[in-house]
Write a protein that binds this ligand. Structure first.
Ligand code: TXA
Ligand code: MG
Length: 318
């Protein structure tokens, strides 16, 4: 794509207005959400949405999440049944994405949904994301603001490392507090966990009163399209569930371990570990280490999302 000078904006009211104007003119603006930084464009502007795919090098088959400011905006884009209403009331704004039937009359660009009859929707809680959505008056298609396949960004500096010169602006709102992407729940049929993320799946199940189906566990269920086995890939190789580092490895610790080059949470707190995950992977990668050994992380709550990202980061590269 054409080289673009990337403006660095702050979260002041004047800069939020500037970000909204760029978006209304069809530009690409990266902004913070509570999960990770998103790369936003007007979801109803075909050219703007195509530019997201070009800037990220993203496969056209991998659909985007539409971000809205409020429930009214969400209901204009998708059809809400009782389950969707209950989850939206309980967890929005917040780190939950719902996959719902698309309203064809909503005018969402076909590229956003990769031509499917469903749409992924989310109402972010981050005040900067909310301010940009309200100032622009737009529904924003926004994948994570990283080149396709790379580690997701949790700071504006991470965004610029991957996309400087390829997007119009980044709004710096500091580090993302949750640190892993949203939990994606499909509600087209029986409720299904399409991606573990920043909202513990146990909380979703408690709200719905039924367990979520897991596509990974049932080959008959579809995965979220574009969920590649290898993703979040640092240059270094990863070895999971490691007791200690072997020769040539650095240790990414969790809990009170000794000899760690970095520690996701010395206290063993999963929320703290999620917030630190992507920055730690980038920092250890930047040391030039050939391999990163990672301490075991429990498979509950936010541990599901952390282990999912680590397994994809460790998978053989395609
Ligand atoms: O926290 C997040 O969700 C962040 C922030 C920026 O909101 N966004 C994010 O977007 O993680 P992205 O593009 O990196 O991941 C979106 C995921 C992909 O796995 C995609 O396949 C899935 O959502 N998805 C999008 N539309 C879908 C649909 N209609 N059906 C099933 N999966 C869908
Ligand atoms: Mg992503």
């Amino acid at each position: 794509m054409a080289n673009r000078a990337t403006q660095r904006l702050t979260d002041t009211p004047a800069d939020i207005v500037q970000a909204a104007e760029i978006l209304r003119a069809g530009g690409l603006v990266a902004f913070p959400t509570e999960t990770v930084y998103g790369l936003g464009a007007n979801a109803r502007d075909t050219d703007a949405v195509r530019a997201i795919y070009a800037a990220k090098g993203r496969p056209a088959k991998n659909p985007l999440i539409v971000h809205v400011a409020d429930l009214d905006g969400a209901r204009r884009v998708a059809v809400f049944d009782d389950c969707a209403e209950a989850l939206a009331q309980a967890f929005w704004p917040g780190p939950l994405t719902l996959v719902l039937p698309l309203r064809p009359e909503a005018g969402i660009a076909a590229e956003v949904t990769a031509g499917q009859a469903s749409v992924a929707l989310r109402m972010p809680a981050h005040p900067v994301a909310q301010a940009i959505l309200r100032a622009s008056g737009l529904a924003l298609a926004a994948p994570s603001a990283n080149p396709s396949g790379a580690v997701s960004p949790t700071t504006a500096a991470h965004v610029l490392e991957g996309l400087s010169g390829r997007i119009d602006a980044v709004v710096d709102g500091g580090a993302c507090p949750v640190g892993v992407e949203s939990t994606i729940v499909g509600l087209l049929d029986a409720p299904v966990l399409l991606r573990p993320g920043g909202l513990p799946s146990e909380a979703v199940e408690a709200c719905l009163g039924v367990p979520l189906a897991r596509p990974g566990a049932d080959p008959a269920l579809p995965l979220a399209p574009g969920q590649l086995a290898s993703h979040y890939a640092p240059r270094a190789a990863l070895r999971l569930n490691a007791g200690r580092a072997r020769a040539g490895e650095v240790l990414l610790g969790f809990g009170p371990v000794t000899g760690a080059a970095a520690n996701l949470s010395p206290a063993g707190d999963l929320a703290e570990a999620a917030a630190n995950l992507f920055a730690c992977l980038r920092a250890l990668d930047a040391t030039g280490a050939a391999a990163i050994a990672v301490s075991p992380i429990p498979e509950t709550g936010l541990g599901l999302a952390i282990n999912d990202r680590l397994r994809r980061a460790a998978a053989p590269r395609g």
